[in-house]
Structures are given as structure tokens and as C-alpha cells.
Design a protein around this ligand. Structure first.
Ligand SMILES: *[C@@H]1O[C@H](CO)[C@@H](O)[C@H](O)[C@H]1NC(C)=O
Ligand SMILES: *[C@@H]1O[C@H](CO)[C@@H](O)[C@H](O)[C@H]1NC(C)=O
Ligand SMILES: *[C@@H]1O[C@H](CO)[C@@H](O)[C@H](O)[C@H]1NC(C)=O
Length: 436
């Protein structure tokens, strides 16, 4: 029941590169280096980014670091650097989770986890919109519209009305230093599955019900019966502990929890509908800039909130394998990935492209629809029944899912063994500091 959601991380500004070391929300397996499961990493390609407001490019990245800096200071004063410091401050605290988890501490709710990381400040970020959060921190409307909105649109298909915490994660994803797994991020999922020596049964879970079973040794025990469909057959198995690792939204995973009292009622989670369109074709870059088409140079264009804007972002898709000498495109065509709220019409695609060979469309429910004040769904659904995806309502990203999975595994283990001193501990930061 593991859902491998490869979340997109924008190949945004390479600009923060020199400012400091970075944290990478796109790289879920970072703390468990992929080489442990025989994988290697590849750097994202260093493309150039522009921001389009419906009429022209309001910002355009250059190959020259110093030029980018001058442009940013010219346009936004020092807000860009202040933003960087704001994001860093959130991430510094967020990184404490790896320390807690390496000492095997677990949390029974996303809120308790966030509180242990950054206190009431962190919890407060779930209650405020990103707009409120950043206005309070003194950022200007121009900066928010031209720099922050485009990042939110490409990463989460939403704007400044998301919660402040997912905003910080999204902006962190705009920092450089992101990497991907050579061959594709999905290899992390298959690699981890193999390393865990689990037995994978492919099927769709239909029902989960608690039942009394008499084991061969010992008396009657409570177990969960999981009924699932594989092909046209229906099967069932009994488990001591069950972890649900798929969004509990009936359109994605329609699991019925039979005869639970009180009922398990976590199905009101609203996910954002987003459309990914992959187009192989030649971009008509003259809609963005007057430069000659073969001299356009940008590999991604983000957009501001603008009535009539029919796409959120458009970017060249880089191959999952690092090529020693990537073949330059001779005919001017590339594979482009477009995010939009609605399915693009042929006319809309032809507005963006001079010509195209094919277009593939994938509508999906990619991440939560954020609407603060945010209440994260429960981790503990029932005695030994856990739910991982609630963390997406704080922020949805591969790294967040990995943290939620590690937490649920620790939590299930500690609760099974009665290790209450390892659960929901306050002041962990101070406690572990003195342990150093
Ligand atoms: C966030 O809002 C909820 C109500 O929606 C409230 O119960 C909680 O105390 C608030 N938390 C903080 C840290 O402001
Ligand atoms: C979910 O499953 C139930 C039966 O288990 C069915 O009645 C319902 O239509 C399904 N909902 C969706 C959205 O597929
Ligand atoms: C390319 O876009 C420009 C600006 O929107 C437009 O004037 C021109 O007709 C387009 N070219 C083609 C071949 O569609």
C-alpha cells in the first residue's frame, strides 16, 4: 500500500547556492544515503528560470551569479536575502527531526512532532496563511507576487492562501543543491522495499476490520483482517499492525473501515486537482520574450497569479539519467512539462508551441488543498492501525513522507512494547543536546 509520490521540486534559482549549505525537501532519502541501497544521485540540471506575469517576464535568471544578485537587489532590495534567512531559520529547527529519529523518538500526532521541533511558532504556521505569515515578517507585495507566488504555483498549484509551513517547505525547495536519483526517484521506493525484505502483495485494499483470532500458541488475540482485490479475485489476510500509507481520499484509495467504534472518519481530506501535460515540441518563446526563438535560453518559466493565465509553469524535463554528453536538440524540440489547473485545450497548447509531436495529459490529486487553520489527520486511527499521509497537511513532499514513515514505524514499535518514555517527549532538543 505504499504510494510512491514523486513530488516535483522546481529547478528554481541557483542563486542561493553560494549563500549557505542547503536542505533539500526533494530528496527524501537524504538521511539514509541512497548508496546504502545501491543507488547513486544526479544533480538537477542548471537551467535558467524566468517569471512570466501574463505580459512579459518580470524576472529572468542569468548564468552570471553577480548579475542575478544585482537584479534581485535592484528589484526587491534585500528581501531576497531576508527570505533566505527566514527559510533557513525554519529549516534549522525542522532538521532536529533527524536527531530525534536517530534516537528512536516517536510522536503520536503531526502537531506534537512540529511542536517538539519549533514550539508554538511552528504550530502557529499551520494556523496562518503564507500571506499572513510573510506580511507579518515584513515582505512587500511585489516580492510576494513575483517571487513567492510563482514558487507556490509550480510546487503546490496554489498561492499565498496555503499555510505558512508548507510555504517554507516550498521555498526551501527553490534553493539549489537538490538532487535526484540516477535512473529516477521511483528507484528509492523499489530499493527500500527490497532492502526491507518485505513481501509485497499487489492489490487494492477494500476493507479493514478488527477480528478476534485464536493463534496456534496463546489465547485469542485481536487482529486486523485486510480484504483486498488482486485482478478479479478477492483475498484476505490477518495482521497485528496495519499502516495505511495512501491518502484517505475516496477518489484515490477507497478503503472501508468496517465496524470500528467510534468509526474511522478521516475521509474529508481535500486534495488539489492538478493536470500535468508533457509535450514534445518547439516552444514559441516569443510569447515570453522578444529574443529570437533559438536564443531564448530559459529552461523553465514560472507564472504569477494573473486572470487568464491558463498554466502554472512550464519547464524542460531533464532525463533521469545523467548523460556524459547530452545531445543538443537539433530541431529545437524538447519535452516540456506543463502544470495547469485544468486540462489544456489544443488551442492552448498551440499558443505555447510552434508545433508539437505529441502531448500526454495526466490529471491527478497531487497534494492537499491547503486551507489554514490546518488540522492534520490522526496518525493513530485505532489501537494498532496507523496512518502516514496526515503529514501532507503540514507539507507534502517526498522527504515529509519519509519522515512520517519512520515516525510511524517507531511509534508502532514503541506502543507494541509499551515504551511510553519514547513517545511524545517534550524538551527533546535540550535533552539530546546534553547527551552530546
Ligand atoms: C491554531 O488554531 C486552533 C483552532 O483552529 C487552536 O485550537 C490552536 O490553539 C491554534 N494554535 C496556535 C499555536 O495558535
Ligand atoms: C467506494 O467503495 C464503495 C464500496 O466499498 C462504493 O460503494 C463507492 O462507490 C466507492 N467510492 C468511490 C469514489 O469509488
Ligand atoms: C508565436 O507567438 C507570438 C506571440 O504570441 C505570435 O504573435 C505568433 O503568431 C506565434 N507564432 C506562431 C507560429 O504561432
Amino acid at each position: 500500500m505504499v504510494r510512491c509520490a514523486a513530488k516535483l521540486v522546481s529547478p528554481f534559482l541557483g542563486l542561493w547556492l553560494l549563500l549557505c549549505s542547503c536542505w533539500c525537501p526533494g530528496s527524501a532519502e537524504l538521511r539514509a544515503p541512497p548508496d546504502k541501497i545501491g543507488l547513486s544521485t544526479t544533480q538537477g540540471s542548471d537551467g535558467l528560470m524566468g517569471v512570466y506575469d501574463g505580459e512579459s517576464l518580470v524576472f529572468e535568471e542569468s548564468h552570471w551569479f553577480i548579475i542575478n544578485m544585482i537584479k534581485l537587489v535592484w528589484n526587491y532590495g534585500l528581501q531576497f536575502f531576508r527570505m533566505h534567512m527566514w527559510v533557513e531559520d525554519v529549516l534549522d529547527k525542522f532538521m532536529r527531526i533527524y536527531r530525534y529519529q536517530s534516537h528512536d523518538y516517536a510522536f503520536t500526532s503531526v502537531e506534537k512532532m512540529l511542536h517538539a521541533l519549533g514550539g508554538n511558532d511552528f504550530l502557529g504556521m499551520l494556523n496562518l496563511t503564507l500571506l499572513e505569515t510573510l506580511q507579518k515578517a515584513g515582505f512587500s507585495e511585489k516580492f510576494l507576487n513575483e517571487m513567492v507566488v510563482p514558487v507556490m504555483r509550480v510546487n503546490y498549484g496554489q498561492s499565498l492562501d496555503t499555510n505558512g509551513f508548507v510555504g517554507a517547505v516550498s521555498l526551501a525547495g527553490a534553493e539549489s543543491g537538490l538532487w535526484a536519483i540516477e535512473g529516477g526517484n521511483k528507484l528509492a521506493c523499489s530499493g527500500l522495499l527490497q532492502a526491507s525484505k518485505s513481501n509485497l502483495i499487489s492489490g487494492s485494499v477494500m476493507y479493514i476490520e478488527e477480528k478476534i483470532r485464536t493463534k496456534q500458541t496463546g489465547g485469542p488475540t485481536k487482529m486486523y483482517e485486510v480484504v483486498y482485490q488482486a485482478g478479479s479475485e478477492t483475498y484476505s489476510d490477518f495482521y497485528d499492525i496495519v499502516l495505511v500509507a495512501t491518502p484517505m481520499n475516496r477518489k484515490m484509495s477507497n478503503i472501508t473501515f468496517l465496524n470500528f467504534d467510534p468509526p474511522i472518519d478521516e475521509f474529508h481530506q481535500h486534495y488539489q486537482h492538478i493536470v500535468t501535460t508533457l509535450v514534445k515540441g518547439q516552444l514559441n518563446s516569443s510569447i515570453f520574450s522578444n529574443r529570437a526563438i533559438d536564443n531564448f535560453g530559459l529552461t523553465s518559466v514560472l507564472t504569477t497569479d494573473h486572470p487568464g493565465m491558463f498554466f502554472n509553469s512550464i519547464a524542460i524535463v531533464s532525463p533521469v539519467r545523467e548523460q556524459a554528453n547530452p545531445e543538443p536538440s537539433t530541431d529545437g524540440t524538447h519535452v516540456w512539462k506543463i502544470f495547469s489547473q485544468e486540462t489544456l485545450t489544443k488551442e492552448q497548447i498551440l499558443k505555447l508551441f510552434l508545433s508539437y509531436d505529441y502531448a500526454v495529459t495526466k490529471p491527478w490529486l497531487a497534494y492537499p488543498y491547503y486551507k489554514p487553520p490546518e488540522k492534520c489527520p490522526s496518525i493513530i486511527l485505532h489501537d494498532r492501525l496507523y496512518y502516514l499521509n496526515g503529514i501532507e497537511f503540514a507539507a507534502s513532499a517526498m522527504e515529509m513522507s519519509a519522515i512520517a514513515a519512520h515516525n510511524a514505524a517507531l511509534l508502532a514499535y514503541h506502543r507494541w512494547n509499551g515504551h511510553t518514555d519514547m513517545i511524545d517527549q517534550e524538551d527533546l532538543y535540550e535533552k539530546l543536546k546534553t547527551e552530546l
